[in-house]
Design a protein around this ligand. Structure first.
Ligand code: ADP
Ligand code: ZN
Length: 217
């Protein structure tokens, strides 16, 4: 059976990077609500229009909207065999909603990986972050600078900064994480689903540690 995973951690903890690595290794569907929302904003969809204001301020998009997005995504049958959630759930109501959606699908066994990273590291990672709008590759001015200034090493496109990676908005996102998302760690801990991993190291060593804690059946 393919793994069914949720990856948790504050903005900048490396969730997105690890989720991609896991998705690639186990051939999982990678469900990043941040990516889904950004794509909806870029293509001018109604969802994007609803979400943009919240995202620009570093606030959360309302739970009802997010649960609808997830329900739709999970109804595509390829997701049934194996998936990794990245950026969802982010509140207790989202976690409860997900429990019932998965329950309806007969999925009760899944694992939750929590990446632990200090605030100092988070801020450094977020303020230096650059992404490639064309192929999605990620770089970081402090940790993984692109070989050629501001150009993607893989496809040559000009690298961009996410619009919510400004210092003001970053502070807000960290605060929102602590208040709204932090409590779901206990929600999963009490169900013995939570696996904590030190996320301070480079992405390949964090990946190794994740592989050690998850149980692939
Ligand atoms: P990060 O974890 O680095 O903040 P994401 O790409 O996961 O970035 O999310 C970016 C923004 O998208 C969030 O700040 C929020 O506004 C919105 N968002 C993403 N996922 C959710 C969610 N599950 N619930 C509410 N809002 C969300
Ligand atoms: Zn690229």
């Amino acid at each position: 059976m393919k793994p069914k995973l949720i990856i948790l951690g504050p903005p900048g903890s490396g969730k997105g990077t690890q989720a991609r690595l896991l998705a690639e290794k186990f051939n999982l569907v990678h469900i990043s609500t941040g990516d889904i929302l950004r794509a909806a904003v870029d293509s001018g969809k109604v969802l994007g229009q609803e979400a943009k204001g919240y995202m620009d301020r570093g606030e959360l998009v309302p739970d009802g909207v997010m649960l609808k997005v997830i329900r739709e995504k999970l109804s595509e049958d390829e997701t049934a065999s194996g998936f990794i959630f990245d950026g969802f759930p982010r509140t207790i109501p989202q976690a409860e909603g997900l429990t019932s959606i998965l329950g309806e699908m007969g999925i009760n066994i899944y694992e939750v990986i929590k990446l632990k990273v200090s605030d100092d590291t988070l801020i450094k990672r977020l303020t230096g972050r650059l992404f490639c709008p064309k192929c999605g590759a990620l770089f970081n001015l402090s940790f993984k600078p692109p070989k050629e200034d501001r150009l993607c090493e893989h496809c040559g496109a000009e690298l961009k900064r996410r619009s919510d990676d400004s210092e003001e908005v970053i502070k807000n996102r960290l605060e929102v994480y602590r208040h709204r998302t932090g409590p779901i760690e206990d929600f999963y801990r009490l169900q013995y689903k939570l696996k904590e991993v030190d996320g301070e190291g480079d992405s390949s060593s964090v990946f190794e540690m994740i592989l050690e804690v998850i149980t692939i059946s």
